[in-house]
Design a protein around this ligand. Structure first.
Ligand SMILES: NC(=O)c1ccc[n+]([C@@H]2O[C@H](COP(=O)([O-])OP(=O)(O)OC[C@H]3O[C@@H](n4cnc5c(N)ncnc54)[C@H](OP(=O)(O)O)[C@@H]3O)[C@@H](O)[C@H]2O)c1
Length: 251
């Protein structure tokens, strides 16, 4: 028996060196943490968000050279943003927009239409504008949620709205190939979006207790996955939902 061992590399190249990562909704929460992780992996990040002050602060913290303040649901503003970007783009991540909760029967038809279509329309508009500028093998990353895996009091339309994301993104991946498209479905994550629940110890603990890991998500739990989905390590992965919820949706 030989005692020869394979040397373990102690240093590695940054995964996104010299690449451009655009985060639509990158001034807070999961998007901001992903931008931070992408920077650490050598990427140039471009951040967008609606609040210009928060955006400026986030960009200064990350050393992001470029920001743009606009509502991502404003199709004309989104188009202008992409038109003004230098090509090529490597990766686009969409973390803007949130779910709509509440009893179905209390929603009017306009609210239902909006809640059902919000994420899909935004994802499609981003894809439409990004596709001509994104290099082959580049990526589009969308955010979903785990609500589609079950129904529940309080979830309301959110279950139906998130359930459509896997087939939507798979169909988008088919049309955009060789650009890769994957959605992440997060469980509960403490971010500005969920500040009210996170600040309630009983609600927060009840959610954590339903995970297998025994805690709620942190933005960094998703940043690592998001960077992986943009990196060469995931080059053969497209059209797939990645559920990151500490096991919440299967308990
Ligand atoms: N946190 C969770 O527990 C959780 C669970 C499941 C799914 N998700 C999904 O994950 C994504 C990110 O969530 P998060 O918790 O990180 O949210 P967050 O903390 O509220 O951060 C959202 C970011 O997007 C920006 N943004 C929001 N709406 C926008 C719009 N219409 N146009 C442009 N920028 C916009 C926000 O800045 P401005 O407000 O200044 O625009 C902020 O930078 C969302 O799609 C959310 O639905 C989150």
């Amino acid at each position: 028996m030989t005692s020869a061992t394979t040397p373990v590399p102690t240093q590695r190249e940054p995964e996104l060196a010299g690449q451009t990562v655009i985060v639509i909704g990158g001034s807070a929460g999961i998007g901001f943490e992903t931008a931070r992780r992408a920077r650490a992996e050598g990427a140039d990040v471009i951040l967008t968000g609606r609040n210009p002050d928060r955006l400026k602060q986030a960009a200064a913290e990350l050393g992001a050279p470029r920001t743009a303040a606009f509502d991502a649901n404003d199709a004309a503003a989104l188009k202008r943003f992409f038109e003004d970007l230098p090509a090529p783009i490597d990766h686009v991540m969409v973390t803007a927009g949130g779910p709509t909760y509440g009893p179905l029967l209390e929603m009017d038809s306009a609210q239902v239409r909006q809640a059902i279509s919000d994420h899909v329309v935004l994802g499609l508009e981003v894809a439409r504008n990004a596709v001509g500028k994104t290099r082959p093998g580049g990526t589009l990353l969308l955010m979903g949620g785990t609500g589609g895996r079950r129904v529940g009091h309080g979830l309301g339309i959110a279950s139906a709205a998130t359930a459509m994301l896997p087939p939507f993104t798979a169909a988008l991946a088919l049309e955009l190939a060789p650009v890769r498209v994957n959605p992440i479905a997060p469980g509960f994550v403490a971010t500005p979006l969920t500040a009210e629940v996170a600040a309630d110890p009983a609600r927060s603990a009840a959610l954590a207790a339903r995970t297998m890991i025994g805690r709620n998500g942190e933005p960094d739990d998703f940043a690592g996955i998001a960077v992986f989905l943009a990196s060469p390590a995931s080059a053969y992965l497209t059209g797939q939902l990645i559920c990151v919820d500490g096991g919440f949706s299967v308990t």
